[in-house]
Design a protein around this ligand. Structure first.
Ligand code: THG
Length: 370
């Protein structure tokens, strides 16, 4: 096995599944919420084809939870997001943009409502815990906020239902999208939601503690033998095709949810108490002047997108930037996520993408690729 090129330390956290990930031959990691996140097993393209045809088990322990518990929990969670949470009931998950007082995005987590007074906020890559603790202190709220020892394990792909039913029973098939149920594994209750960072369908198992991590990993791998199960991870190509955004890459604190194309997850008028509400009411009324778009970029496979690539019109005037891009074998073009100014965001517009190996023509698309 190749030695890791990341210098490990206590700051750079391993997960309850790291042993299984290593045994499966992980080839590359990134760091996400100060924790290891696998990015390649066989190759990004092989992992992509396999994800779209079989079933994978993903170590997404780096989707850390911020637990909010106590009498003010509901009030606090509504302060964090412009999405109206009044109809959210225990057993539901909501994808919620979270914003600061200027309407700038701080995170785009999945909120999991366990009880009227208890939530897990399943965060993207930013230290949201610190912002939340600051609000709690400043507002003297009656809640406890902490990072519990909870590690999501995702099962994704067209055969996810069959694999999960083999381990947890057929009742798992009845869990609806962005809902969760409680299922038993070796005597321990496990929260399992139908969700996950792919468009291929599947589940996320919120594993509490460390001790059941490898037993669960091994049971899934064993049960999936006849289903071509393999270790996998969020796949760059598949998530761009599907238009799944990556916080810190595709949008940052510089962007409002509307710019990020997440306006459909905002009900700013009725999200009473949301910290960025006044700022967002203003931008929602005017409408954004730049927004996330899917692009198809001409030419051979693009190099990795390690920094934003400038997008211009044919006269060289800046009209936006590409933030994620990859060659798609299925669509036989480069697929990309870009932030484009309104003068050029209409579907069918041709723009120039200044990739590191030179300028390329690109087409603004009506929608993503899945
Ligand atoms: N699952 C869980 N936690 C997470 C992620 C996840 N934390 C980190 C990161 N992913 C957060 N970002 C996203 C981005 C997209 C989605 C979920 C989390 C997602 N979006 C769908 C969409 O945009 O169409 C569905 C949203 C909906 O219809 O409600 O799934 O993946 N636990």
């Amino acid at each position: 096995m190749q030695p890791s090129l990341l210098s490990p330390s206590r700051r750079l956290r391993r997960t309850p599944f790291s042993e299984g990930v290593e045994a499966a031959g992980v080839k590359a990691y990134t760091i996400y919420n100060h924790m290891l996140l696998p990015t390649i097993f066989r190759s990004v393209q092989e992992d992509y084809h396999h994800l779209k045809t079989a079933v994978q088990v993903w170590d997404v322990a780096c989707e850390r939870q911020v637990e909010i518990r106590g009498p003010d929990a509901g009030r606090l969670v509504q302060m964090l997001t412009p999405r109206d949470l009044r109809k959210m009931t225990p057993g539901q998950c909501y994808y919620v943009p979270m914003v600061d007082e200027t309407g700038g995005m701080l995170n785009d987590p999945v909120a999991v409502k366990l009880a009227e007074d208890r939530y897990w906020i399943s965060i993207a890559d930013s230290d949201l815990l610190l912002w939340i603790k600051g609000i709690v202190w400043g507002m003297r709220l009656d809640v406890m906020v902490e990072e519990p020892d909870v590690s999501p394990l995702a099962v994704q792909g067209p055969r996810a239902d069959d694999l999960m039913a083999a381990v947890f029973g057929d009742a798992i098939r009845d869990v609806r999208f962005f809902r969760f149920g409680w299922f038993e594994f070796q005597g321990a209750p496990m929260l399992i939601a139908r969700s996950g960072y792919s468009r291929q369908g599947g589940f996320e198992i919120y594993v509490e503690g460390t001790h059941l991590g490898m037993p669960l990993w091994n049971v899934l791998m064993e049960a999936g033998r006849g289903m071509d199960v393999h270790a996998g991870c969020p796949n760059l190509i598949e998530r761009i095709e599907g238009g799944l955004l990556s916080y810190g890459n595709d949008m940052t604190r510089e962007n409002t949810p509307h710019e990020a194309g997440l306006g459909k997850f905002c009900n700013t008028m009725t999200a009473i108490g949301c910290v960025g509400r006044d700022a967002l009411l203003r931008v929602a009324k005017e409408g954004p002047i730049r927004q996330i778009r899917a692009l198809a970029i001409d030419g051979a496979a693009v190099p990795p997108c390690l920094e934003a690539w400038t997008v211009t019109d044919d006269k060289g005037r800046r009209v936006g930037q590409v933030t994620s891009a990859a060659w798609s074998p299925d669509h036989r073009t480069n697929v990309a996520i870009a932030m484009i100014r309104m003068t050029h965001w209409d579907a069918g517009t041709t723009v120039l993408v200044h990739a590191p190996d030179g300028p390329r023509e690109a087409l603004v698309r009506e929608s993503f690729f899945s």
